[in-house]
Design a protein around this ligand. Structure first.
Ligand SMILES: [Zn+2]
Length: 224
């Protein structure tokens, strides 16, 4: 897909408030063009679609800013992170299932999809109803098997604290980053629509279907 259109941005703003994690992913994947295939694509594939959508919105060389706290000294940290690099390090395709061995026995796990998410996270029983999910060791092994099968499921970035030199890794959530970016853009577009409609009497669709460059020409003139 190319740029997210003005119409999609306003649609996003309309859907976006009060959405939970599962709704957020569905909304972002729709903006990214997954549409009808949404239910069939494992979460890793949805995250990849989201990363690609985000890359379409920014210039590929541009970094995103990751803000986190050092777990060792508590320092607030800010890092620049290349989305392109994250996408390149993620898996290229998402398998539908994976098999691994635990305690001498083979287990098959289905890779989680959107309908496997609840407010508490992934519903593990869905991935294999007869597996011993209450066994801590099994839980760890299953988590590793899922990450190995699709690295995008568990994206993390390696960081070093500028204050205490602690090296640690932080989970990277592509959805949250695209969500923030789209929110910012959609609100800016809404502001432009209000300013131009008020001053020029044009309709929402006239203004929204205009290229951002042309819109800026008018906004600049109006604020001169
Ligand atoms: Zn630190």
């Amino acid at each position: 897909m190319g740029e997210v259109s003005g119409d999609q941005l306003l649609w996003f703003l309309e859907q976006g408030h009060a959405a939970d994690k599962r709704e957020q992913l569905a909304i972002l994947a729709t903006v990214g063009g997954l549409g009808d295939r949404l239910g069939a694509v494992p979460l890793g594939g949805i995250d990849r679609c989201i990363l690609k959508t985000h890359l379409d919105l920014i210039t590929p060389q541009e970094d995103v800013i990751v803000v986190c706290k050092c777990g060792h000294c508590g320092e607030e940290l800010e890092f620049q992170q290349s989305l392109l690099e994250i996408l390149e390090n993620s898996g290229q395709t998402e398998p539908a299932s994976t098999t691994f061995e635990y305690d001498g026995q083979p287990y098959e796990l289905r890779l989680p999809c959107l309908h496997d998410i609840s407010a508490e996270g992934v519903i593990l029983q869905n991935l294999n109803p007869s597996a011993p999910w209450s066994d801590e060791g099994f839980l760890r092994a299953a988590g590793e098997a899922l990450s190995d099968a699709d690295p995008t499921l568990n994206l993390s970035i390696a960081l070093r604290c500028a204050n205490c030199e602690e090296v640690f890794s932080d989970r990277f959530d592509p959805a949250q980053f695209l969500w923030n970016e789209l929110t910012e853009r959609a609100k800016a577009l809404l502001d432009d629509v209000v300013v131009m409609a008020k001053a020029l009497g044009w309709s929402e669709s006239d203004i929204v279907t205009m290229s951002p460059e042309r819109r800026n020409l008018y906004i600049d003139r109006l604020s001169a």
